[in-house]
Design a protein around this ligand. Structure first.
Ligand code: NAD
Length: 381
């Protein structure tokens, strides 16, 4: 038995807030919004720009800072999951260290997709034990998902987001004009996360997708109805994330589609994008839900039909129930010892289950394989 001679109790609550602002013409020389954050006179900014964004928007971004007389270091960085690595993290830190910034008043600016904002967020959270950062997402995935919360991360040892932190940004600027240059596959990749939210918590969003989804995709999310679909998705995300930013509660509706997808994304040489893996998981989870009488046949078919109707092609030749099972087992570690799998309980509603069995997963996997065969793009065209 130990004898306590002295005892100190430390308790602290750090309150923070940040805004997510939807705006246009962020880099218009007349628009000072971006520079209104942090020091303005004789100031410096360390900026990391996705290489494809740089290709299309290099001039407007560079001119903006030149016109406003800001001393900048602009580092270009390639997107893509393979670049969300320890090497990338170290290489950005090296660049940052060569360009001293005032610790609190010269925020780092990240302009790019989810890979870049996750990576830069992690850099910002660890450099000098934390410097402020601003996120400017340029992909639909970043716009409706990756930039909304406070999670940062890089992949490590073949595992996704194995290293990371919770780091609130100073501000998030959403300028959807960036989406105009996004390849169609990446537009659809972001749509998969909107589908996730719709199926698990928002019937109205689901109906919007059924009715207007295709038009939104065709307009690259530039038309009017896209604006309300994007706003509804972001509000839904905020509703889920804000009360649980640090994931104290591990039963998260937004983890729908993120149980079996993990193994699909981390499978060696997997060419699936994050959203593509998520949508496969959505199909598996919906089949599991149907078999547990949580979804009717009609509801299951609505979910299954929405996916190809939006032009999303599921094409994966390495799926097996063993892979899905192992993925779930990995998530059990992440979810502190329980499955905590969100399943739709009717479209737009959710329950969490902890007792998924191998046999039912095998059944769902077989069903998925049959379904993929029917929707095989090679057979369809
Ligand atoms: N932090 C979170 O809460 C969270 C949530 C969801 C996803 N994520 C992460 O997001 C990542 C995926 O993000 P992503 O899909 O944006 O991938 P990404 O960042 O790799 O971007 C996808 C591709 O689009 C290109 N690109 C970016 N903007 C462009 C533009 N405006 N025009 C033309 N090309 C452009 C990039 O160069 C890249 O090739 C994953 O690593 C995932 O884990 C994080």
């Amino acid at each position: 038995m130990t004898t306590e001679t002295n005892k100190w109790h430390i308790s602290n609550q750090r309150v923070f807030e940040y805004e997510i602002v939807s705006c246009s013409n962020l880099f218009d020389p007349q628009n000072e919004t971006l520079l209104s954050l942090g020091k303005r006179e004789n100031t410096r900014r360390f900026i990391i720009v996705d290489a494809n964004v740089e290709k299309y928007y290099s001039t407007i971004i560079r001119d903006y800072f030149i016109i406003h007389n800001v001393d900048t270091k602009i580092v270009t960085f390639p997107g893509g999951e393979e670049n969300k690595s320890l090497n990338s993290y170290i290489s950005i830190l090296n660049e940052l260290d060569l360009f001293p910034i005032i610790r609190r008043d010269e925020p780092i600016i990240a302009i790019g997709g989810g890979v870049l904002t996750d990576l830069v967020g992690f850099v910002a959270s660890s450099y000098r034990r934390g410097v402020p950062h601003i996120k400017i997402p340029t992909t639909l995935m970043g716009y409706v998902d990756a930039s909304v919360g406070i999670k940062t991360g890089i992949n490590f040892n073949g595992n996704k987001n194995r290293l990371g932190s919770f780091e609130p940004p100073l501000k998030v600027f959403l300028d959807k004009t960036f989406l105009k240059t996004l390849p169609k596959r990446h537009i659809l990749n972001g749509v998969c996360e909107i589908i996730k939210l719709a199926v698990i918590k928002d019937m109205v969003l689901f109906e919007m997708l059924e009715t207007h989804g295709l038009a939104c995709i065709e307009s690259m999310f530039q038309d009017e109805i896209s604006e309300s679909m994007l706003a509804r998705s972001i509000e839904g995300m905020i509703e889920e994330l804000e009360p649980n930013l640090f994931e104290d509660d591990l039963e998260r509706k937004v983890d729908f589609g993120h149980t079996f997808s993990y193994g699909l994304e981390t499978y060696p040489n997997s060419n699936l994008l994050h959203g593509e893996a998520v949508v496969i998981d959505i199909v598996i989870s919906a089949i599991l839900a149907k078999e547990r009488n949580l979804l009717s046949e009609f509801e299951l078919n609505r979910i299954l039909n929405l996916i190809p109707n939006l032009g999303i092609i599921i094409n994966c030749d390495f799926i097996s129930s063993d892979l899905l099972w192992d993925s779930m087992k990995e998530r059990v570690f992440h979810r502190n010892g329980h499955q905590r799998i969100p399943l739709p309980n009717g479209i737009g509603k959710c329950i969490f289950v902890n007792d998924v069995q191998r046999t039912e997963l095998q059944y769902a996997c077989n069903k998925l394989e049959n379904w993929m065969e029917i929707h095989d793009p090679i057979r369809e065209y």
